[in-house]
Write a new protein. Structure first.
Length: 205
């Protein structure tokens, strides 16, 4: 895996309003039905993302192990999925959408995460708070679709590749923050906060 190459494969966009939306777009060399199956089949999802439980159908609920849960709001196989994405005691509004379309003998994957973000959290981390996590997820999906093992979820941030990937991801989201209108110093503060959140100090790596 070339960490910087993986980072460059993802296009990032921020829509900064009362609700914040991060958009990640990436091409995968796999058929749409295969990508859809990898994103919606519980057994496959656990291999590259997280174990999931619940009533996995339209109108049902889901729970990712140690992470978000919610309701399956829209499901149009193999092209569109929308779920509420709730974590913690008072999550507010948060939804994730996935769109798949055929592109160049593969699949164009688009993920949108729209949420109400507390001002203090936004000021400290900016879009990288969720953006880095989604970059890591798209990396895992790409490795899975290519037939390789996913990154070690329990120690990826301790490896050289992991540190390079997370640092570059945080910087890429800082650049997306600036493109959306943030001042350079605001984006730099968010990059520093996000990188420190995801990575242990060098002497612990």
């Amino acid at each position: 895996m070339d960490s910087l190459d993986e980072i460059s494969r993802i296009r990032r966009e921020l829509k900064d309003g009362e609700r914040k939306t991060v958009v990640l777009t990436r091409h995968y060399d796999a058929e749409v039905k295969d990508v859809w199956d990898a994103c919606t089949d519980a057994e496959r999802l656990a291999r590259w993302f997280l174990p999931v439980s619940g009533d996995l159908r339209l109108g049902g609920t889901y729970q990712l192990e140690g992470n978000a849960g919610g309701e399956i709001l829209d499901c149009e196989p193999p092209a569109y999925l929308r779920v509420s994405w709730l974590f913690g005691p008072d999550p507010g509004f948060s939804e994730v959408e996935v769109r798949l379309s055929a592109e160049d003998e593969g699949t164009l994957f688009e993920l949108r995460h729209t949420a109400e973000v507390p001002p203090e959290m936004w000021g400290r981390y900016g879009p990288g708070a969720v953006g880095v996590g989604w970059d890591l997820a798209l990396l895992g999906l790409g490795l899975h679709l290519a037939g390789g093992p996913p990154p070690d979820k329990s120690g990826f941030e301790l490896t050289g590749d992991g540190r390079r990937f997370i640092t570059a991801s945080s910087q890429a989201w800082g650049a997306a923050f600036e493109r959306a209108g943030a001042a350079p110093e605001t984006a730099a503060t968010a990059v520093a906060g996000t990188t420190a959140f995801y990575l242990p100090p060098e002497d612990q790596a």
